[in-house]
Structure formats: C-alpha cells, structure tokens
Design a protein around this ligand. Structure first.
Ligand code: AHR
Length: 534
C-alpha cells in the first residue's frame, strides 16, 4: 500500500510538474498569439452564414418594389436627368426622355418610380403640368434652389415614361397646399375609364386609355415640409383624403422620420387597416445634418459613422414593424421605406439646393446592407424607394450633357435584382466585427432567395480594411455549382467619373469553393458579392 502510495505521490508530483510545464508553454503560446493578433486580424476575420435546416415553410416573397426608385422635381433629376425636352435634337430621346437612361433603368429592372416629390409634391398642382406646354404656368420651386419650374414635364410625361420603363408609377399627392378635390380629380384623370370631366381632359390632351395608377402617396413628410402636422391631425387628414380618392388604390400614408415610433403608433391606432395599404418611413444615412461632410473626401471614421447610420435601418424596420404587428397582426399594411440613402455635402461649385453628390464605394456598401435588411424583412417591407434616381443624393445615374455614367450604387442594385419577386430564405449570420475605437458593427450582411430553382445569396463586407473569411453552411440545399459576381475597388472613396466611367463595375467572382455542404470564400474589404447556386 505504502509503496503504492509513494508511487502514487511520486506520480502525482510528476503530473503536477508536467501540468505546470504545459501551462507555461500554453501561456507562452497565448502571449505569442496575442502579440501577433493585430497583424493576424488585418489579414481576415471569420464569419459564418447558415441556411435554415428546412426551406419547406418559406413562403415570404421579396416584393420587387423593394427595388424601387424616386424622382423629384429637384435639381437635375427630372430636367436634364430623365427629361431633356421633346424638341431636343442633340441627345437621343423618346418624347424628351433620354434613351440612355431608359436603357440603363430597364437593365436595372426598375419596378416602381415615385414622383413628383418629396417636399416638391406638397407644392405641386398637377393641372399646371397638363395640356399645351405654352399654356402651362411657371412656378418657383421653393424647396429646391428657388428656381423656375416651367411644368414642361407633367403627369402625361411621367406616366408615359413609366410605360417606357416598364415601371409602376407611384404618385405623391399634394396634401400640404392642395385640396381633397384636386387629388380626387388627379385620380380620375389618370384612372377613370368612362366619360367624366377629368377623363375628357385626358382625352383632349392626347391620351384616351387610362394609365391605371395603383400607388398613391397621401402627402409627403407631413410632420415636416408637408405641413408640420401632428400625427393625430394627419391621421384624420389621411382618412378624409382616402375617402374621396375612391377604392381599389394602394394608398400610402406619409410615414415616420427615422425613429419617430410615435408617428407609426398613432397612424396605426387611428386609421383602420381597411383604409390604408401602406405607411411610409424615411431614413437617410447622414453623419450630422449640420456637417454632412464630403461625398468623396471622407475619413475612415466618417465612413464608419455612415455605416452605423445604414445599419440603423435594421433597428428601424424591426421596431416600426413591431408596432404595426400590434394593430395589424396579419401584416396587411405594408411598410414603405419611400426615401432612403446616403446624404452628404453637395459637390463644390454646384447649387446647394440641387443636392448633387458623387457616389463612391461607401454608397455601394449602404445599398448592399440596406437592401439585405429590406429582403430579410420582406414580410412587412413591401416597397422602398432609393433617393434619388438621377443626379440627386444617392443616385444610380449621373448625367453631364449627352453623357451618362452608372454609379457603384447602380451596380449593386443591378446585381441584387435577382431577388425581385423571389422567395426569401431566412439566414443566420454570425458576423465578424468591424470596429472603430469602442464602436462595433457586424462586418458581414447577407440575404438569400430562391426563384426558378436557383438560389441567390447577396453578401456585403463593410469593413474598410479587413477581409472576411466566410463559411456558408448550406444545410439541406441541393446544389452542384456556384458562380458569382463581385463589386469592389482599391479604396472606399473610389467612384466612377465621366473621365473614367467604368472604374467600378461588377466582375466575375470565382473565389467560392465548394466542400461538401459548405462554401468557403474570402470577401475583400468593402465588397459586395452575389452568388448563384444551382
Ligand atoms: O429627397 C430629398 C428630400 O428629402 C425630399 O424632398 C424630402 O421628402 C426629404 O426630406
């Protein structure tokens, strides 16, 4: 026993000595790794994206209207952006609408276009913009630069243009300075099939067949430029307008400004779901309204703040949707994010009222993250409109005379258009962190959908300096091939210019490697990748 005991004690001592040595060596290793960590992390971080274990119950459709756009009578969005005048001989056009713009927006598969504002909508009297052009009165565009608006682009021009684009029109009515009768007449002008004063006017203006406009906004930013109303007051105004506009339309209430949850609550509480089809939400990724900073000459810190503002959309749609769920658990009313995008200082030397800004890889990141958020909330978010299509804010197209360029944001929207009307596949994302000082953001955002037996996954790495090693765990998905496209550039400040219009454009991505049920890839810093599996 003793000897056994001694042996036992001796071997215990040996074990202790051994364990001590092991601990010391592990601590040395750990210190070594900690010492190495910063360099190691700059190479790449790890993220995992998991598909659901079963996709049988996935029935949520990503409404194509999430990929909608917005065209206001603001700066050079309509005039010289979309419309160059129907007598223009130097820029190829159809009834004054640029052919290059039509082609680019058709490639984008633009589903819906909001018009004529924005703040402009609540100053716009539609009858000023119909009939013979030489009889149309000119007005002052009081919100946007105080310039003369000659009304040469009006209702017929807009609705005919939507037909050319294959897009649904979304008309914003004037509640702030208009009347119920005026908006009811507008509906009759665009939609009434039989004979009526307004359909007769339409016929006299050269169009017999109604356009059947489905989407109508009842004012814009009623809490601000639309009339500085309180939510309670606006809820009643909304009820009145909707009564006289008639049935069968998709009526969208002016919605909240970012985190004004009380607005959504008051509207949902006071307007029965039978009277309202959509409620708006506006959120811009702006650093500071008093110091928005340059669209191209921004620091890493400013970039990070813009990404925080973009990611804020996740919280906004989650919380506004939760309020809507209380009053409308069957999700009949859509959340319509009818203005979103990045907002910076105007380009030097341009009219401050025209909101013209360049568009960089930072904007591509905003677009990628935001559209993934909308896709993932497609049960409630059923329309969104990027502000704005051409030459204003986060534009997809910039024009200069007869030239036209496509921005990085355009390319993201084009890469993502495969999600339009596809079935959402809910993903679990365990993202690496993008850090700035003590602040953290998920570096990777993702969404996926299925259509015609093909699965698409859109991925964004917003980290400006680090790659992300990504593992896609496909679970039960059957696939044998993967192909992809990538949008990235050397610097987050990079943009397309009239001198170098194709600096940033999608390229083939062949870095996705299949191993069993898993796909591995490395996402470069500030990149968007769309994969297709079949
Ligand atoms: O998109 C520019 C302006 O921003 C819109 O006119 C207004 O609705 C918002 O404040």
């Amino acid at each position: 026993m003793k000897s056994t005991g001694h042996t036992f004690i001796a071997s215990n001592e040996n074990l202790l000595l051994h364990a001590n040595r092991q601990i010391k060596s592990r601590v040395r290793w750990l210190l070594f790794l900690v010492f190495l960590q910063p360099a190691w992390l700059t190479v790449c971080a790890q993220s995992v994206v998991e598909f659901p274990s079963s996709m049988e119950n996935d029935t949520i459709i990503i409404n194509k209207n999430i990929y909608g756009h917005f065209a206001e009578h603001l700066g050079h969005c309509i005039y010289s952006g979309f419309y160059v005048g129907d007598t223009n001989q130097s820029i190829p056009n159809i009834d004054g609408v640029r052919k290059d713009v039509i082609a680019a927006l058709k490639t984008l598969k633009i589903p819906v276009l909001r018009w004529p504002g924005g703040c402009f909508a609540d100053t716009y009297h539609w009858k000023d913009g119909v009939g013979p052009k030489n009889k149309r009165p000119a007005i002052v565009n009081k919100w946007w630069g105080g310039v003369l608006e000659d009304n040469s682009f009006g209702t017929d021009n807009f609705l005919n243009m939507c037909e050319l684009l294959g897009a649904d029109p979304y008309v914003s009515g004037n509640v702030g300075s208009g009347t119920v009768q005026e908006l009811a007449d507008w509906v009759q002008y665009t939609n009434f099939e039989g004979r009526s004063p307004m359909s007769d006017l339409r016929t006299a203006n050269g169009r017999t067949k109604p356009w059947n406009v489905k989407y109508w906004g009842i004012g814009n930013e009623a809490w601000g430029c639309g009339g500085n109303m309180r939510a309670e007051y606006y809820a009643d105004i909304f009820r009145k307008y909707t009564t006289f506009m008639g049935n069968g339309l998709f009526k969208i209430a002016s919605g909240a400004n970012s985190e004004d949850y009380n607005w959504t609550e008051t509207m949902m509480k006071n307007v029965p779901w039978t009277m309202i089809q959509g409620i708006g939400l506006h959120h811009y990724s702006v650093i500071d309204w008093n110091k928005k900073s340059s669209a191209t000459g921004f620091s890493l810190q400013e970039y990070f703040i813009t990404m925080q503002r973009a990611w804020k959309m996740e919280e906004l749609v989650t919380r506004h949707a939760a309020i809507m769920d209380k009053y409308d658990p069957q999700k009949k009313v859509a959340l319509v994010v009818d203005e979103w995008g990045g907002w910076y200082d105007v380009e030097t030397g341009t009219n401050p009222g025209f909101l013209f800004q360049q568009n960089t890889m930072r904007d591509a990141m905003i677009a990628g993250v935001t559209l993934n958020i909308f896709n993932n909330h497609a049960d409630r978010v059923r329309m969104a409109n990027l502000a704005q299509t051409i030459n204003v804010l986060q534009a997809v197209i910039l024009t200069k005379g007869s030239e036209m360029i496509l921005t990085p944001t355009y390319h993201v929207m084009e890469m993502y258009n495969i999600h339009q009307d596809a079935t959402l596949i809910p993903l679990k994302v365990k993202s690496g962190e993008y850090t700035m000082g003590n602040e953290k953001l998920p570096a990777v955002s993702a969404s996926a959908s299925m259509k015609d037996k093909r699965i698409h996954i859109s991925l964004v790495n917003i980290d400006a300096t680090k790659s992300q090693d990504l593992e896609l765990d496909l679970g039960k998905v059957l696939f044998s091939q993967v192909k992809g496209r990538i949008l990235t550039s050397g610097k987050i400040q990079d943009c397309n210019t009239f001198e170098n219009p194709a600096k940033i454009r999608p390229a083939v991505f062949s870095g996705a490697k299949i191993s069993g049920k898993t796909i591995h890839l490395t996402m470069p810093p500030a990149s968007v990748i769309v994969l297709e599996l079949n």
